[in-house]
Design a protein around this ligand. Structure first.
Ligand SMILES: O=C(O)CCC(=O)C(=O)O
Ligand SMILES: [Fe+2]
Length: 351
């Protein structure tokens, strides 16, 4: 089991400790850490047009192609004020700039040992030889609102809680709009995907902070993974890149975006619900030797007590069921088991 310091990123080293060096096989096979430039720009989808009467068809066609080719896209005209986005970035930076002791008041290790999903820290360490990611995180369940664990919500900066609350409300509207447009593409009722979340769908906000790293050729900010949720809304650092996506065996670098666009990506729960029609991209984050980087992911997950399974309307004799059903809670814990072994949970559910 991890001791209290095991995940902590050393701040002044020249060479990262061996626990951070990626395995040999990930350095070979054409999967070097330097990514290729994307063959086409990341698709931009104008949310206002997508949901409006005029122009919706054109945007919907772009959405379909983005989902088929990449599993992600950038959303613009989403209605979230630039000032709110600036505020959430500033609050997040202020949080991470505090001393370790201050941040540990919100630790995700109960009594310094037992790992829990929420709080400040990193992934569960399941074995002494597990390779660690070069990142620092704050992970909070922000919805349902009445189930927030406010003891883990930072009190510094003072505005942190109000800003995160406001950002959560705004992102919910964006997420619902996107889910309605996706349901339409599948010829389902508009609210069909929204209803898949069950009574108590959860939203997690994950603040990621990647310190500069002396060996970006050997160390990852986040290892290759798919998000376990249904959908992710990602606010990327507007100045520093790092996110890469895998397509046909090649890693492509997603450039930073400056105009307050949010990156939307499909999670593996959506892959199950849509019987594999929409698939989440495998992605990772590389490190940077000079610059720190930040991002904020909003993960939309189904009710933990609900079973996730392919939507019946999408199945027929030509489209046989391809995934076993699983309780969301079990899916999330299986995800972390597989993640620690650098494997993908979805493979275990294929029929
Ligand atoms: O930092 C990023 O750009 C991506 C973060 C990510 O993939 C995650 O938090 O799951
Ligand atoms: Fe991710």
């Amino acid at each position: 089991m991890a001791d209290h310091d095991s995940w902590r990123i050393p701040s002044t080293v020249q060479e990262p400790p061996s626990r951070y060096l990626i395995p040999e096989q990930e350095r070979l096979g054409g999967q070097q850490l330097v990514g290729e430039e994307m063959p086409e720009p990341v698709p931009f989808i104008d949310l206002r047009r997508l949901l409006a009467f005029d122009g919706a068809e054109e945007e919907a066609a772009k959405l379909r192609s983005a989902l088929q080719n990449w599993g992600f896209f950038l959303v613009t005209n989403h209605g979230i004020e630039a000032s709110l986005i600036d505020a959430v970035v500033a609050a997040s930076r202020e949080f991470f700039l505090q001393s370790l002791a201050q941040k540990r008041e919100y630790s995700n290790l109960i009594e310094g040992k037992q790992w829990q999903l929420q709080g400040y820290g990193n992934d569960p360490v399941k074995s002494q030889d597990q390779i660690l990611d070069w990142s620092d995180r704050l992970h909070l369940r922000v919805e349902p609102e009445d189930e927030r664990d406010l003891a883990l919500w930072p009190r510094h900066p003072e505005s942190f809680r109000d800003i995160l609350h406001e950002y959560t409300l705004n992102c919910k509207t964006v997420k619902d709009g996107i889910l309605r447009a996706m349901a339409k593409l599948l010829e389902l009722d508009d609210d069909c995907l929204i209803n898949q979340f069950g009574e108590k769908g959860s939203t997690y906000a994950r603040f990621n902070y990647y310190p500069a790293c002396p060996r970006p050729d050997l160390v990852l900010g986040i290892r290759p993974h798919c998000d376990v949720c249904v959908l992710t809304l990602l606010l990327m650092d507007k100045d520093v890149g790092g996110l890469q996506v895998l397509r046909d065996g090649t890693w492509y670098s997603v450039p930073p975006v400056r105009d307050y666009a949010l990156l939307v990506n499909v999670g593996v729960s959506m892959e199950i619900m849509t019987n594999g029609i929409f698939r989440g991209p495998v992605h990772r984050v590389v490190t940077n030797s000079e610059k720190e980087r930040m991002s904020l992911a909003m993960f939309y997950a189904a009710d933990l007590e609900k079973e996730i399974e392919p939507i019946a309307e999408l199945l027929d004799e030509n489209q046989p069921i391809r995934y076993k059903k699983i309780k969301c809670k079990d899916f999330v814990s299986a995800h972390y088991e597989y993640f620690s072994k650098r494997e993908r949970v979805i493979e275990s559910l294929k029929i």
